[in-house]
Design a protein around this ligand. Structure first.
Ligand code: NAP
Length: 568
């Protein structure tokens, strides 16, 4: 967005340095009517200089107010400006590589001034054609109802060297239509979804033969909602290595914009030189908590995941599934299992706990051979606890919290021989967890429920697992500890039990050092932090997808560095 030509040139140099191939100068906000009165041709001269001195080939775009831009002078002045740039008389100047014009503006120009527009003449004169025309259509609100008509009209223009379609994606499914547009196109095409749901279309553009994709230098310089930064595009998503065969993975959840999973999984793919990319896949949930809200959340999950799985061109090979869709994944898998028992399967942990976080699809010639839904959250907690305790058989473990994570971990621990008590601030929910799990356990007597306060008066357990958000940055009680730690230590001080070394696993990973981890460390206990669990659940997913052992140390380093950086 050009407001100062010297600054724009230095930003273009930064873009080149960051790895861009071409730069777009949006010049519409550059036109200041007051300055124009003093020196009517200054802005035009400045734009010509911008184009001439640009360190990269450039696209010049001047959007009129009718096109949603900032240019308010007459249409004939705008076309005149474009015409002059295309002709670029002047010894040292060279024309822009492309000029972008909206389809409806080009249509008007063709009918109103076919003979005397320098722009059209130049575009029509193939010998002189050093500047191509990007003919575009935008909708910042949603998918235009007359999208097909607009595209057909743009394809009618012989001058259009590139066709560009950009609209606000309403859900992930809109990306699939944009990819179809790219596949069906008769000439170079840009098809992009704006907003959070459209990121997939921007990153996967090379997979479907898209002509180019846009990125900003910094988050604050985006020119359309949902644009990634050039560093994220090239570094995080490895845009240069995306090709037709690239497999697509991602994290389905709501919200997912700040998930660390893309950072971790893309780094692992890069390390393995694996032909895959991992994206945030936002699937919203209904606002309320009524049964009909839950139904509508499941409906949107089912429609979106179904469309991604069934698309024959996307090469969707798997996903991580997070809050609030872990239960929805199990429900979805049960429905598919009924219809396709030879292909779909659900692991025992997901079946028993009703929640799963992982999906793996195996395809041959695009056709799904196997679809496996499984749970890596539970082994990610149980494994490190087993290692810290030297086995789980007969070990007493306090699980604090009665939500989905507590349910899964309690189940996994009891199944592996531990004696587990579920503690919760509301006893009724803890009791419910025990009742539900008992139906799936061979040794249900090893599981009981208690209210959290009771924990202070009990002897010290072999391990404590925090499954509440207490201690989490931005959570309900970020400075708190979910168990009465001090009271427990005081009560056991007189029994000689105080010196007993216990193990604490805090599932909260932001911050890495929670108040509980700090207190347990000062008491001399062994601690397992939430990052360890997070890495392990991701490592198990990655191993299922890539068939290679996950680089856990690398993953750990990346996550801790990111968390430290955000904490600063
Ligand atoms: P959930 O279903 O919402 O359950 C939360 C539990 O915490 C409930 O039992 C709730 O008690 C209790 N709770 C909430 N606020 C509390 C407070 N202020 N004081 C005491 N108890 C409170 O959540 P979830 O899905 O099980 O997730 C729990 C935690 O696991 C998350 O906060 C997340 O940090 C962590 N997690 C970590 C990983 C990892 O890889 N490290 C992965 C997933 C989740 P009531 O029943 O009384 O409401």
């Amino acid at each position: 967005m050009v407001r100062d030509s010297a600054l724009a040139l230095s930003e273009a140099a930064n873009a080149k340095q960051a790895g861009a191939d071409i730069v777009e100068f949006r010049v519409d906000e550059f036109f200041d009517p007051v300055a124009a009165e003093a020196d009517p041709t200054r802005q035009e001269r400045e734009i010509a200089r911008l184009v001439t001195e640009s360190p990269l080939p450039c696209i010049v775009t001047c959007r009129s107010s009718k096109e949603g831009g900032g240019y308010s002078a007459s249409e004939s002045d705008r076309i005149d400006l474009y015409g002059k740039l295309v002709r670029s008389e002047g010894k040292h100047s060279h024309p822009p590589r492309y000029i972008d014009i909206e389809g409806f503006a080009l249509s008007a120009l063709r009918s109103e001034a076919p003979g005397n527009s320098q722009l059209l003449q130049s575009a029509a004169d193939e010998r002189d054609l050093t500047t191509g025309l990007i003919v575009s259509t935008h909708d910042f609100q949603g998918r235009p109802q007359d999208l097909t008509r607009r595209i057909l009209a743009m394809r009618e223009f012989p001058e259009a060297s590139v066709i560009k379609v950009a609209y606000r994606a309403r859900s992930l499914r809109d990306n699939l239509e944009l990819f179809e547009l790219l596949r069906d196109s008769d000439r170079p095409t840009i098809a992009l979804g704006m907003g959070e749901f459209g990121l997939m279309s921007r990153v996967l553009s090379p997979k479907f033969g898209g002509f180019l994709t846009f990125a900003s230098l910094r988050p604050e310089t985006v020119t359309a909602p949902g644009q990634p930064t050039v560093n994220d595009l090239l570094g995080l998503y490895r845009f240069r290595s995306i090709r037709k065969s690239t497999r697509v993975y991602g994290v389905i959840g709501w919200p997912v914009a700040h998930s660390m999973s893309p950072l971790v999984h893309n780094a692992v793919f890069a390390e393995h030189k694996f032909d895959g990319v991992y994206l945030p896949l936002p699937v919203p949930s209904a606002e309320g908590s009524s049964p009909s809200d839950a139904e509508s959340t499941f409906a949107s999950f089912k429609a979106t995941l179904g469309a991604l799985i069934d698309d024959p061109h996307l090469d969707f090979f798997g996903a991580s599934v997070t809050i609030p869709h872990k239960e929805n994944l199990v429900r979805f898998a049960r429905e598919r299992l009924k219809a396709d028992p030879g292909i779909w399967s659900l692991d025992a942990l997901s079946l028993a706990t009703g929640a799963a976080n992982s999906l793996l699809l195996e395809r041959e010639n695009k056709h799904i051979q196997r679809a496996r839904v499984f749970n890596t959250d539970i082994p990610a907690a149980v494994g490190p606890l087993r290692a810290a305790l030297g086995g789980l058989e007969g070990k007493s473990i306090a699980v604090i919290g009665a939500g989905g994570v507590a349910r899964g971990i309690a189940f996994g621990l009891v199944q592996d021989g531990a004696l587990v008590t579920v503690f919760n601030r509301t006893l009724a929910r803890a009791t419910e967890v025990v009742q539900v799990l008992a139906r799936h356990l061979q040794n249900p007597k090893n599981l009981s429920a208690e209210v959290t306060e009771a924990l202070a008066d009990l002897p010290i357990f072999d391990a404590y697992v925090n499954c509440t958000p207490v201690g989490m940055t931005g959570g309900p009680d970020s400075a708190g500890i979910a168990m009465p730690f001090d009271k427990l230590m005081a009560a056991n001080a007189n029994t000689g039990n105080k010196s007993r070394v216990s193990v604490v696993l805090d599932t909260v990973y932001n911050p890495v050092e929670t108040p509980l981890i700090r207190a347990a460390t000062s008491a001399g206990w062994k601690v397992i932090d939430g990052v360890t669990m997070f890495i392990e659940q991701a490592a198990l997913q990655s191993e299922a997808w890539t068939d290679k052992s996950a680089p856990r140390q690398l993953m750990d380093r990346i996550v801790r560095a990111k968390l430290n950086q955000t904490a600063e």
